[in-house]
Design a protein around this ligand. Structure first.
Ligand SMILES: NC(=O)c1ccc[n+]([C@@H]2O[C@H](COP(=O)([O-])OP(=O)(O)OC[C@H]3O[C@@H](n4cnc5c(N)ncnc54)[C@H](OP(=O)(O)O)[C@@H]3O)[C@@H](O)[C@H]2O)c1
Length: 310
């Protein structure tokens, strides 16, 4: 069959098009495009079906697993696809690893090394127990996230644009350094013992609950199987759609109750607003996928992220 590959402006990306077997899949087409262009490896390519002029709806994105014939009109042997370069890509694991490695490494620097001398604070620095527990708590959190990235999460997308590495690292590395700076500061004033124990104790329970939520999400996809979405259930998922975000938010609340810094609370507010936006989108997607029509189950009534408010 003949495949014509055009850009969004209608210009031919591969001069003369490509000849492929009738049984070829979208993945085969992507490989053929890569062979001809050299630069555009498969995960950089986004292939869609052309839209009629003036159409407002979103174009159909070609799934790499499907046969090209599935996208042809009737018995036609010709197919036109629209090519978009997604830019350089990195794997999701690389992206997550880079974002979490920064806070994991930078935080202990402020605890162990005499960095405050560079900021004009000379003399002996007294380390309070809360600062030591905060270090353990922080490192445990980011170590757990890295382990989950490699051994728990089953991502639906193989790659993410390289530019996200710079954006996400700026976010995590900057907040990580600022929080570490203030919590380990020589002039830091610790909270009372009871508040510290309540904060860290509550936070730790939430971290363990968050880990369990990730195990439950993992069980929704089989290894190498369909990367689609299922209705999460069990434990806190019976009450709230994004229980993993709920527990993530509460574990940061626990850290902040114990350490009490303005930067820590700002991070909590920013992280909560980011996760709330994502949770609203995930909740909408599950309600749309599981609409109770044509034999599909109906998505149960649940809070989105922070019961009893949202
Ligand atoms: N502090 C912060 O600012 C912040 C921000 C975001 C996240 N986090 C932490 O990082 C963790 C991971 O974040 P994330 O945004 O990647 O989490 P996520 O998308 O909610 O879920 C983690 C994994 O489970 C999969 N999954 C989610 N819902 C599913 C469903 N209904 N059916 C099948 N699989 C499903 C996801 O697949 P997909 O690959 O398809 O998404 C992903 O691989 C969070 O849980 C949270 O602890 C922290």
């Amino acid at each position: 069959m003949k495949v014509t590959v055009v850009s969004r402006s209608g210009r031919e990306v591969i001069k003369g098009g490509l000849e492929l077997r009738d049984s070829a899949t979208v993945a085969d087409l992507q490989k053929a495009i890569h062979k001809r262009t050299r630069k555009f490896y498969p995960s950089r390519q986004r292939l869609t079906l052309p839209l009629p002029p003036g159409a407002k709806e979103r174009p159909v994105v070609l799934s790499y697993k499907k046969n090209l014939k599935d996208y042809c009109d009737g018995n036609s042997d010709n197919l036109t696809v629209v090519f978009k370069d997604l830019g350089p890509q990195v794997s999701y694991r690389t992206l997550f690893f880079c974002e979490y490695l920064g806070p994991l490494v930078l935080y202990p620097v402020f605890y162990y090394f005499p960095v405050y001398e560079f900021f004009g604070y000379k003399g002996e620095r007294v380390i309070h127990p809360v600062q030591t527990y905060a270090l353990y708590y922080w490192c445990f959190h980011y170590f757990k996230r890295i382990m989950e990235t490699f051994f728990v999460h089953r991502f639906s997308h193989a790659t993410s644009p390289l530019s996200n590495v710079f954006r996400n690292c700026s976010y995590y590395w900057t907040f990580g350094s600022l929080i570490a700076y203030y919590v380990n500061h020589p002039r830091y004033t610790p909270v009372n013992d009871l508040q510290m124990k309540i904060g860290f104790g509550f936070g730790l329970v939430c971290q363990l609950a968050n880990f369990y939520c990730h195990i439950l999400l993992r069980s929704l996809r089989r290894p190498g199987g369909n990367a689609g979405y299922q209705i999460p259930s069990g434990f806190l998922f019976n009450i709230v759609t994004c229980a993993n975000y709920t527990t993530e938010i509460y574990q940061w609340l626990g850290f902040n109750v114990a350490t009490q810094t303005v930067t820590g609370y700002i991070f909590l507010v920013v992280a909560t607003s980011i996760m709330t936006n994502w949770a609203l989108a995930k909740h909408r997607r599950l309600k749309k996928l599981f609409d109770g029509k044509d034999g599909r189950p109906r998505y149960p009534r649940r809070w989105v992220i922070l019961p009893p408010f949202l």
